[in-house]
Write a protein that binds this ligand. Sequence first.
Ligand code: ZN
Length: 276
Amino acid sequence: MQEQFPSIIQSIMKTSQDMWQKGWAEANGGNISLRLEKEQVPVCSPKSDWIPLGCSLPELSKECFLVTGTGRYLRNIALFPWKNIGIIELDETASGYRILEGFEPTGKPTSELAAHLMTHASIKKAYNNSKRAVIHTHAPSLIALTYALTLDSALLSKLLWQCHVECIVGFPSGIEFIPWMMAGSKDIGEATAMALARRPLAVWQFHGVFGTGRNLDEAFGLIDMAEKAASIFLLAKSTGCIRHAPTVEQLRSIAENFKGVPEESFLNADTTAFFR
Ligand SMILES: [Zn+2]
């Protein structure tokens, strides 16, 4: 990793490269944001005037974010970081932002900025200021499940818990299923922000997944775990003869072993039809 970049930039270079290598980030697909600590914000003159956000998020007053650029390819971040990412600062009421660094020469933040910032406002409050990373990506096996199966949050959560037994430890509160809405809209931004206050992951039907964490490693790791569970289901299903799946008692005992408290109503979801 190029040592001339601060560690926070190196972390987004590594995460975006991992997303590309996993096959989650074709063309300009996917976006990343990270709420910065004060000491991580560069001391520099702003590179733009204030730009309206179209909403106000007072929880994020004067916060600064590292964000990927609109139309930019995640796989190019490691090659040309300041062309493909930037740092923005929100104003006093968090109803506008200005660019402090990056998006060279004349770019701007991701078109999903509203969904990212609404999510940051929501998780900052829900997790007592501890969560700072949000990743959106096109993880193919999770997307495939939304085509193949009729899902809700309970069915999807239990299915993933059953298909990779680490999942009930990694995300005991489950994963939210969000039926199709227009990407980039206020509606999907609000639905995603509400979902991610309750659970660390949310799947957008026919589109992709959002993951949150204290840092990029944690957000990436949770998406990777869920995506692996979805892949295991599709692989087992492709054999045409799924014969076994973990029982509710087995899932509960795994969670207890790691001191996790799974969402009880999700354990009761009936996934038997998926395993026929
Ligand atoms: Zn997307």
